[in-house]
Design a protein around this ligand. Structure first.
Ligand code: DGI
Ligand code: FE
Ligand code: FE
Ligand code: FE
Length: 188
C-alpha cells in the first residue's frame, strides 16, 4: 500500500486539526507498538485509517453502516460511534486492507471490546493519549501508564473513558461495557 497516497486522501477528507491528530495517533501507536512488541507496520496502517470516516455526514455513515453485520446495534447508539466500523469498511474496500487485526483495530478504536488484541489496545491507547489531547487529567494518565504492561495501560484508559462518559450522562455502548468489565475483573 502507498501510505503517502493514504495520507493525501486523509488530508483531503479531514479538517487540518483532525488530520494532524491522525498523524500524532499514528506516531504514538508506532512507538507504543515498538515498546510492547506489536507490529509497527500494522500499527501505522491502523493509526492512519482509524478516523478515516470521522467527517462523513451522518446520513452517509448510516447508509454505509447498513452493510455492517452490527448495523442494528450501532444504529441504536450515538452517531459519534459510527465512524469506527465505517472506517474499517472503507479501508478494506478502497485500499484493500485485508488484515483482520488491522480492521478490528480501526473498528474498535472508539469503544474497545472484550478480548481486544494487542494491536487493538495500542490503537485505542494511542488515540486517547496522543500529545495533542488536552482533556483534564490527561497528563496524569500519561504518567500513570507510561512503561506499564499494555493490559494495565488499557485498564486505565478504558476507566478514563468511562469516567468521561458517565460524567456527561452518555449512553454506554455494549462493547464499551464489555471492555470495561473485562479489564476491571482482571485488574490485580
Ligand atoms: O474520533 P476521536 O475523537 O479521535 O475519538 P474516539 O473515536 O475514540 O471517540 C469519539 C467519541 O465517542 C468520544 O467523544 C467518546 C465517545 N464514546 C466512546 N465510547 C462511547 C462513546 N460515546 C457513547 N455515547 N458511548 C460509548 O460507549
Ligand atoms: Fe475516532
Ligand atoms: Fe478512542
Ligand atoms: Fe482519533
Amino acid at each position: 500500500m502507498d501510505l503517502q497516497q493514504v495520507k493525501n486522501d486523509l488530508e483531503q477528507r479531514l479538517p487540518k486539526a483532525r488530520y494532524e491528530h491522525v498523524l500524532r495517533v499514528t506516531d504514538t501507536a508506532k512507538k507504543l507498538a515498538e515498546e510492547v512488541g506489536v507490529s509497527v507496520e500494522k500499527a501505522e496502517i491502523a493509526g492512519l485509517f482509524h478516523d478515516y470516516a470521522k467527517f462523513m455526514d451522518k446520513d452517509e455513515l448510516l447508509e454505509l453502516l447498513k452493510r455492517d453485520e452490527e448495523y442494528e446495534l450501532y444504529a441504536q447508539y450515538h452517531a459519534e460511534l459510527w465512524h469506527a466500523p465505517v472506517g474499517a469498511m472503507l479501508a478494506k474496500e478502497r485500499y484493500g486492507v485485508e488484515d483482520h487485526d488491522i480492521l478490528q483495530a480501526i473498528r474498535f478504536h472508539t469503544t474497545g471490546r472484550a478480548e481486544m488484541s494487542e494491536l487493538e489496545k495500542v490503537i485505542y491507547i494511542a488515540d486517547l493519549i496522543e500529545p495533542g489531547r488536552k482533556f483534564p487529567g490527561i497528563e496524569e494518565l500519561r504518567q500513570r501508564i507510561d512503561g506499564e504492561p499494555l493490559e494495565d495501560q488499557m485498564t486505565e484508559c478504558i476507566q478514563h473513558t468511562f469516567k468521561f462518559l458517565v460524567q456527561r450522562y452518555a449512553v454506554i455502548f455494549p462493547h464499551s461495557f464489555d471492555c470495561y468489565n473485562e479489564h476491571v475483573r482482571r485488574r490485580k
